[in-house]
Structures are given as structure tokens and as C-alpha cells.
Design a protein around this ligand. Structure first.
Ligand code: HPA
Length: 268
């Protein structure tokens, strides 16, 4: 754990209170409004030295620490993507801070393109696994042997079961699937989509995988959820764009919020 993470955690506690955080939630494109639902203190990333400048429109660059459905949470209203800086480890410090605040769980959310005809825009997918299609890794350069992180059960089975139960209780359809990380920022070509479909991907996006690797490195339990904002390149008729992603994300976001609230209510 870097010294910086402990210092930042102390700063955050001074503003948001000492009670330990249980869970961290990372919000994807167009999903930022969930941060507003938290009763707590919003700290701009700009006040947290070393935090990314969340420069992607549709992201809300605050860390909100407070209570949601009775649980103490830290909500990251923006994430850093590899394509912004060329650094795959840009979320390392925020996740170290999350651990320093006491959390043992990270739930990441993202907007993604669907590779499956039965998974439409506005629907939700719970990641069962991922494919790192970028070849990049946030732990390149990490000197300790801890860098050899097992990824066999990266997405925690018990946490996934609890999220599925929450979706069921809310009557929200939750697909299970494999997410492929594509570096971005350009979208994929239809040929690339056919290639990753053949490799076993169900959805594609430009985030989440580096955070999942870092979170496992830091010993956090992990789950991740995608809101489908479009059919991936070559599979649908709509034009794929960031504007479209932001416009479609709210369709899934409302369901995602219900699932997460239900999960938090039942959290042991
Ligand atoms: N590809 C990559 N990232 C995305 C997509 C997509 O089709 N949709 C939303 N984020």
C-alpha cells in the first residue's frame, strides 16, 4: 500500500467520517447519477492528489463516501481508462485508497456493446469472466511476487450469486457473460467483433478489466455489471458512438440501481 493511499484515506476520513467503508462502487459511462443517491460527502477527484482527472464526458469525477441502503460505501463517480493516458494502472491509487478505507469488495459497472442477439440494448450483464483482448496489464512493472495474481475465479462466486438473487427479487433480467476488454478509444471493427465472438466474448467495452486485475491484486472481492448500450460493430443497425452510449446508458442504469440497492439491503 502506498503512503499516498494512507494519507488520502486520512483526508477522506476527516471529511466523510471514520466509519469503515464496506464496499466500493465504480460507475461507468452514463451511470454517474447513482452517486447522487448516496447520503454522504462528495470529494472532487481534483482534491485527491494522484487521482485521475476523469476527463471522459458522461463521468462525474467525485468520490462520494456515505450510506446507501444502510451500507457504508465509497462511490467512484468516474474512472480512468487506459485510452486517456496510456496507463493501464491509472486506477491503482483509487483502489488502494478503497482498501485503506476498510473495504473488502469492489463492484464495477460499465457500458458495453453486446455480441449476443438475445442481449439487447438496455439489458444488464453480470460478468462471469473476462478476456483481456488488449494484451495490456496494470501490474506490468509491479516488482513484488504478488503481481502473479490468480484470475481463475476473479469474479467472486458468492458475490455473483447474491447479485443474481437481488436481480431476481427485483424482477430484473440479468444475463451472465464474458466481457472482452478492448483498449479504445476507437470502437471495434466488425471483423474484431467477429474475432472476439469466436473467442467466447458476450460483450465488449473499454474499461473494467484493469480495475478487476488491480482489485484482485489488492485482495478485494470483485463483481462487475455491464449495461448494454448497443449491439457491437457489425451486429446492429444503430450507429455506434459515445453520444449513443451516453444516451442509452440510462435505460439500464435504472435497473442497475434497483439491483444494487436490493443487494445492499440484503448484504450481511
Ligand atoms: N464497444 C466498446 N465499448 C463500448 C461499446 C462498444 O460497442 N458500447 C459501450 N461501450
Amino acid at each position: 500500500m502506498s503512503r499516498n493511499a494512507d494519507d488520502l484515506a486520512a483526508l477522506i476520513r476527516a471529511r466523510a467520517g471514520d466509519a469503515p467503508v464496506r464496499l466500493g462502487l465504480i460507475l461507468g459511462s452514463g451511470l454517474g447519477h447513482l452517486a447522487d443517491a448516496v447520503k454522504g460527502v462528495a470529494i472532487p477527484y481534483a482534491d485527491l492528489e494522484g487521482f485521475p482527472h476523469a476527463g471522459v464526458s458522461g463521468h462525474n469525477p467525485n468520490l462520494v463516501v456515505g450510506t446507501l441502503e444502510g451500507q457504508r460505501v465509497a462511490v467512484f463517480g468516474g474512472r480512468a481508462h487506459y485510452y486517456e493516458s496510456g496507463r493501464a494502472d491509472a486506477m491503482r491509487l483509487p483502489l488502494e485508497v478503497l482498501v485503506a478505507l476498510g473495504a473488502d469488495t469492489m463492484i464495477a459497472t460499465n457500458a458495453a456493446g453486446s455480441l449476443r442477439p438475445d442481449m439487447a440494448t438496455g439489458e444488464l450483464m453480470l460478468l462471469s469472466d473476462h478476456i483481456n483482448f488488449s494484451g495490456l496489464n496494470p501490474l506490468i512493472g509491479e516488482p513484488s511476487d504478488a503481481r502473479f495474481v490468480p484470475m481463475t475465479q476473479a469474479y467472486d462466486p458468492a458475490l455473483r450469486a447474491a447479485l443474481k438473487a437481488a436481480a431476481k427479487a427485483e424482477d430484473v433480467a440479468l444475463h451472465d457473460g464474458v466481457y472482452a476488454w478492448y483498449s479504445g478509444p476507437s470502437f471495434e471493427t466488425p471483423a474484431e467483433i467477429r474475432a472476439i465472438r469466436t473467442l467466447g466474448a458476450d460483450a465488449v467495452g473499454m474499461s473494467t478489466v484493469p480495475e478487476v486485475i488491480l482489485a484482485r491484486f489488492l485482495g478485494l472481492k470483485v463483481a462487475a455489471l455491464s449495461t448494454i448500450t448497443n449491439m457491437a460493430a457489425g451486429l446492429g443497425t444503430e450507429a455506434i458512438s459515445h453520444e449513443h452510449t451516453k444516451a442509452m446508458a440510462p435505460l439500464g442504469a435504472a435497473k442497475l440501481e434497483r439491483v444494487l440497492r436490493q443487494y445492499l439491503q440484503k448484504m450481511e
